[in-house]
Ligand binder design. Structure first.
Ligand SMILES: C[S@@+](CC[C@H](N)C(=O)[O-])C[C@H]1O[C@@H](n2cnc3c(N)ncnc32)[C@H](O)[C@@H]1O
Length: 338
């Protein structure tokens, strides 16, 4: 193939890549991974009956999923590949099924369709397709809120061990997870530190999912699930504050307001663990760019570079004493600047 023909073919693949998202979404909504994870390969007819699909159409979807590396086919029938296994909803901390439900769902899908307007106007587009803007949208539907908080938890689950590893120090202490979602990170920290107590600070729509999760993992007795607005008040007196995937939701003015509130709440020896992506402007990773544009179109936030994050901390009287790698994220361990 000539270079021009290869470019054309690659471009056509990029233009049409929405098929991938929707094929994966269909796989999750139909419950294909949930059925196939149960053991032996399953034949087409049986699978079509069990997931409630047209046999001919399902065969074509399965062929697409095979091309994506999620399904394999043998004489015995269809089975999941190890990557496809990650779409099984019952796969504990490993599953990404709720992330698919959120990312490919109606609100996200339609919002991304307005990226051009977001770039023209420099403002987020979520409110165009939802009854409210920003996180207020989750107040309108308990079901949608549950999907969002479970989806976030599926991303956060992987950073727990790195956060625990960098939080050495007194075993008996108090941790506050600011905007902690359903408490995935806080739950992991409390499980790893049996003498530590915790507070999850969140908006109302997150609280039922958080109580359910923290009860399920067995730490609710050492944990307060508190409704609050982190722009108004971050509770004082904790030894460790966690702030994961919060700053990227907000433009600089609001991010500074929140960090100043954290600074005000922190004792002289308290630590603030900020967990964020750090975008590399010279050689950006696709995952960081995707997250950044997602912030632009949905919430009006942004992914920042390491230098931008350090500058933000400094303007708010905080200093990141250590920075740790945690997969796609970095952990900035901050102290009050003095
Ligand atoms: C991107 S999610 C991150 C959740 C969690 N920290 C994680 O990483 O899994 C941002 C969270 O901030 C919460 N949030 C947004 N505005 C808030 C506010 N003003 N006060 C408290 N929580 C807020 C949202 O409800 C949402 O759960």
């Amino acid at each position: 193939m000539t270079t021009a023909a290869a470019d054309r073919s690659r471009l056509l693949a990029l233009i049409g890549s929405s098929w991938r998202t929707q094929a994966i979404y269909a796989m999750v909504l139909l419950g294909i991974a949930d059925r196939l994870c149960q053991g032996d390969p399953v034949g087409l007819q049986e699978l079509a009956t069990e997931v409630g699909a047209d046999q001919g159409a399902l065969r074509r979807l399965l062929r697409g999923l095979r091309v994506l590396g999620l399904i394999r086919e043998s004489d015995a029938g269809f089975a999941l590949t190890p990557m496809g296994q990650l779409l099984n909803s019952g796969d504990g901390g490993e599953s990404l099924a709720d992330w698919v439900r959120w990312w490919a769902g109606d609100l996200q899908w339609r919002t991304w369709g307005a990226l051009t307007e977001a770039v023209r106007e420099g403002r987020p587009m979520r409110e165009r397709f939802a009854p409210a803007s920003g996180y207020e949208v989750h107040a309108a539907s308990a079901g949608a809120a549950h999907v969002f908080h479970s989806a976030m938890a599926q991303l956060s689950a992987a950073v727990g061990p790195a956060v625990i590893a960098c939080l050495r120090g007194a075993a008996a202490c108090k941790v506050i997870d600011i905007g902690g979602g359903r408490g995935e990170l806080l739950g992991q920290v409390l499980l790893a530190r049996p003498e530590t107590t915790g507070v999850l600070l969140e908006q109302n729509h997150a609280l039922p999912t958080a109580r359910e999760h923290l009860t399920q993992v067995g730490v609710i007795a050492r944990c307060t699930v508190a409704q609050g607005d982190f722009f108004r008040e971050v509770p004082a007196g904790a030894d460790i504050y966690l702030l994961k995937s919060i700053l990227h939701n907000w433009a600089d003015a609001q991010a500074e307001r929140l960090l100043r509130e954290c600074r005000r709440a922190m004792k002289a020896d308290a630590r603030l663990a900020v967990i964020e992506r750090a975008i590399d402007d010279d050689s950006p990773h696709e995952a960081d760019v995707r997250a950044d544009l997602n912030m632009l179109v949905g919430l009006g936030g942004l992914e920042r570079t390491v230098n931008e994050l350090h500058a933000l901390f400094e303007r708010c009287g905080l200093r990141a004493c250590s920075v740790f790698d945690a997969g796609e994220y970095r952990i900035f361990l901050c102290r009050t600047g003095m």
